[in-house]
Design a protein around this ligand. Sequence first.
Ligand code: ZN
Ligand code: ZN
Length: 384
Amino acid sequence: MTGYLTKLMRDLEAPVEVRRFGSGWFAGFFALLFAVSGFAMVVALRFPAVLTTPELQIVRDWPGFRAAIHALLLTSHALALLSLLLRPRKVLGMSALMIGLGAALLGGAKVQGADTQGWGLFFGLDFFIVNLLASGFMFAPLERFAPHRREQRLFRQEWREDLFYFLVSSMFVQVLAFLTLAPSQIVNANTSNWEAFRAAVASLPWVVQFLIVLVASDFLQYWYHRLFHQVPFLWGFHAIHHSARSMDWLAGSRMHLVEVILLRAVTSLPLFTLGFSASVMQAYLGFIYVWSSLLHANVGGNFNQLGAWVATPRFHHWHHGLEREAFDVNFAIHFPWIDRLFGTYHLPKDRWPENYGIPEDVPHGYGGQFLYPWRRTGKKTDEV
Ligand SMILES: [Zn+2]
Ligand SMILES: [Zn+2]
């Protein structure tokens, strides 16, 4: 099994020469992508109480949804056959076929939900798929047509780790939302004397509310972020995010779970309690997801003027630079002028950092990285 997976990974990461157009690689890749997505959707329909996100119920009830899954699985099947025809290595096409077969055995697009009510906790498997497809279709072409590093590939070093981070944060979207929203509900319930203020905020035009949320959250995020760079114990968590040696849209997902929860709580708690419309906050949460993928994306363009006011990929790439001049700069994620205000701005004209990462050894793999903040401080005390 492990040998088979290694073979599959090796073919996914094959050098550009053996995955050019016509080699069957693209057919195999999309066959596999569609098969895995179709399989996951069938599984999500089969076990609705366990694996699905209630907010996406409306999508699942749409009559075209099952037809779309059917079309997805059929396309996957056709592409898999094409890949098997074209490609000397059969591992991509065969894997897609087997996974598609698995989806068909489970009932395919006609699958009926098994009775598993009352689990209480759901994992957003469907959210992960929707999220991955949407982000992938948005950023993969962008990185291909306007890259900063042309030679960097989609399946670059450590992509599996980052995909796992993406999976974890998507799967636990419900749990994370609860952990960050519960405190704000308590605050709201106990501060009824702020009602007039909240009403005034809610009466502002939508766009104005959205802009205030962007500026306010970036100020909070700036100091939160700076603190995580300066306090050694907190740095242990944030070091995971900085351990990425390649930058692309997936790399931004690499973040310690504790930091994700705290970050969301700290930046959204005040905003959830000040009376902003629910739709503004929802739009902001969606926006931040896409925005942070864009900032990490392997997307070129120097934007020397614009970059002084609005964060660009180059601005945030400097935050991830391995060289000395890139240490502790560019903490803002929306507005570089916040960094200028507090003296941490660094955006040399037309230049990009040479390398990404940090000069300390962060372990590979999710488990080791999860324990890293505690092990790291433990090591330090031993040395002292
Ligand atoms: Zn940082
Ligand atoms: Zn980052």
